[in-house]
Design a protein around this ligand. Structure first.
Ligand SMILES: NC(=O)C1=CN([C@@H]2O[C@H](COP(=O)(O)OP(=O)(O)OC[C@H]3O[C@@H](n4cnc5c(N)ncnc54)[C@H](O)[C@@H]3O)[C@@H](O)[C@H]2O)[C@H](O)CC1
Ligand code: K
Length: 499
């Protein structure tokens, strides 16, 4: 049951087709759209940075640069000083860009050629109109020098359409502007919401350029951005429910001395609404910890035979936190994989799976980029260069749902439109956060959500709880346990059944 709060993301090719259709169907050709783009950017600049007086604009040779020249002309005719920078080989190449550059010059504007090592003009804001969806290769040395100089200049950067240097579809960036805001045209691009692109884009604002939503929707989303509104996802709580109604999660992990992870997993499963949670572990030191929670039964499991009855009673099994890489963990994993129960695999269970790859049935994998690289047999850089492709390959190879963690979590399922979550913050990059997510996924699966929705909703819940916890005390020093009260709060939007 995907929520209504999914925002469609369009790839570059889709946006270009819409641009073509806009000319045919709505009389808004590329020249008109460029004027609208430049005007939308100028209005946003005035609204967001009203005290910016001297306006710097970096203009590229293509139509992204054209957007920049339109803005530069508007700034100039508003009486502000304008500094337009172009690269040595950056003279306008597209006809549209030449036209608007000529309009800017006719308004009295001039252009400065930037070369490596030049001092930057003193401006109050930089508008990045170097490259948009037409980036075809990594920026060269001079371009990279300009990008680094502007990123270090200490003034805000407003990127038009895409932070230059970022691949609009994958999010990959060799070097890119660090934008405070990216005003993207017609629709947000997937590369702005995950990986390096999410980091460089800052706040992403969409300008529809006055095109009808029906035209923009005509392309169909290549990826869906999931935001807030968790209520639509979560199963309604029946008044007469008892703990059996809300599923029984079995958490398997916690080799000797590694008990913390499985405790986090168990607690998160409870906080996200699982009716019952059992823990199979051999980190016996955590037994007293869990014994104080009657809703959570911990059992010391030394061998696979002891696990069987626990598997029978469970509705969903989460395996991996603190599982270790030894025989004990491998033996339990084999039994769990053979159980036929809905599964969530994380941490060391993923490393074991990477050593012995096999297709899964009704499972969710929740790798970080390193685990994903091992599961695919590639480098971490290759995973991060195109997180959508990596998640899709994992989903196909292991026949399961995949939650690829990191900046802009990607949730993929075989043959389905990928989902991406732009909530979450760098404070969550600490040990144990993944264990909390594993418990959340298992809990929502145990409460009856379909596997793709359970993984997506849990990832949204987890990221939103991380943002709330960071908002309450800062990102530095954020700990996995800090998320628990927020998980509970977010998992209880006013959806209780009044019947
Ligand atoms: N699609 C729309 O509805 C609208 C698009 N607008 C703007 O147009 C750009 C896309 O323009 P395009 O000319 O296709 O590409 P770019 O301007 O991004 O750049 C292409 C230009 O740059 C050269 N180039 C590419 N990579 C590099 C590199 N690494 N180093 C040097 N040069 C490079 C390439 O050869 C081309 O010459 C879109 O993003 C919007 O901003 C409209 O104005 C609004 C509607
Ligand atoms: K740009």
């Amino acid at each position: 049951m995907p929520p209504t709060s999914t925002i469609p993301l369009l790839r570059s090719g889709q946006v270009r087709r819409i641009e073509g259709a806009a000319a045919r169907l709505h009389g808004a050709g590329p020249a008109e759209l460029m004027q609208r783009a430049g005007l939308a950017a100028w209005r946003l600049l005035l609204e967001r940075w009203p005290r910016a007086f001297c306006i710097g604009v970096v203009c590229g040779p293509g139509n992204n640069g054209g957007d920049g020249y339109v803005l530069a002309r508007l700034a100039l005719t508003s009486g502000r000083p304008v500094r337009v920078l172009v690269l040595p080989d950056g003279a306008p190449r597209s006809a549209l860009c030449r036209d608007v550059a000529a309009q800017y010059a006719a308004s009295g504007g001039d252009v400065q050629i930037y070369d490596t090592g030049d001092d930057l003009p003193d401006v109050d804001i930089w508008v990045d109109a170097l490259f948009g969806i037409g980036l075809t290769r990594d920026p060269d040395a001079t371009t990279t020098a300009l990008i680094h100089a502007i990123n270090a200049d200490g003034v805000p950067v407003l990127s038009l359409d895409v932070p230059s240097g970022v691949d609009a579809d994958s999010g990959r960036a060799a070097s890119a502007f660090s934008a405070e805001v990216t005003l993207t045209f017609i629709a947000a691009k997937p590369g702005l919401l995950t990986g390096a692109g999410r980091v460089q884009a800052g706040s992403v604002i969409v300008a529809d350029l006055g095109l009808p939503p029906s035209l923009i929707a005509s392309e169909g989303a290549s990826t869906a951005l999931l935001r807030g509104a968790l209520a639509q996802w979560l199963p309604r709580r029946e008044r007469g429910a008892h703990k059996g109604h809300n599923g029984h999660v079995l958490c398997v992990g916690g080799d000797t001395g590694f008990g913390g992870a499985i405790v986090l997993c168990a607690e998160a499963a409870l906080r996200c609404g699982a009716g019952l949670v059992s823990v199979a572990t051999r980190a016996v030191h955590i037994a007293p910890l869990l014994a104080r929670r009657p809703e959570c039964m911990a059992t010391a499991v030394d061998n696979a035979a002891q696990l069987l009855p626990m598997i029978e009673r469970a509705s969903v099994i989460a395996i991996g936190p603190g599982l270790g890489q030894g025989e004990w963990g491998e033996g339990l994993l084999d039994l769990v994989l053979a159980s036929g129960k809905p599964l969530v695999l994380d941490a060391d269970a993923l490393n074991a799976l990477a050593r012995r790859p096999r297709k899964l049935v009704d499972a969710v994998l929740s790798p970080h980029p390193g685990e994903a690289a091992r599961l695919l047999g590639v480098t971490v850089a290759a995973v991060e260069a195109d997180r959508f492709a990596a998640a899709a390959q994992l989903a196909e190879r292991y026949a399961c749902v995949v939650v690829l963690k990191g900046a802009g979590t990607v949730v993929a399922a075989p043959g389905a439109t990928a989902r991406v979550i732009d909530a979450g913050n760098p404070g969550m990059a600490v040990g144990g956060m993944g264990d909390v997510l594993t418990g959340a996924i298992a809990a929502l699966r145990a409460q009856g959500l379909a596997v793709f929705d359970a993984a997506s909703c849990a990832a949204l819940l987890h990221a939103a709880a991380g943002d709330m916890a960071a908002g309450d005390g800062g990102e530095r020093g954020l700990l996995p346990g800090d998320l628990m009260p927020y998980l509970r709060r977010l998992a209880n939007p006013d959806t209780t059944d009044d019947s």
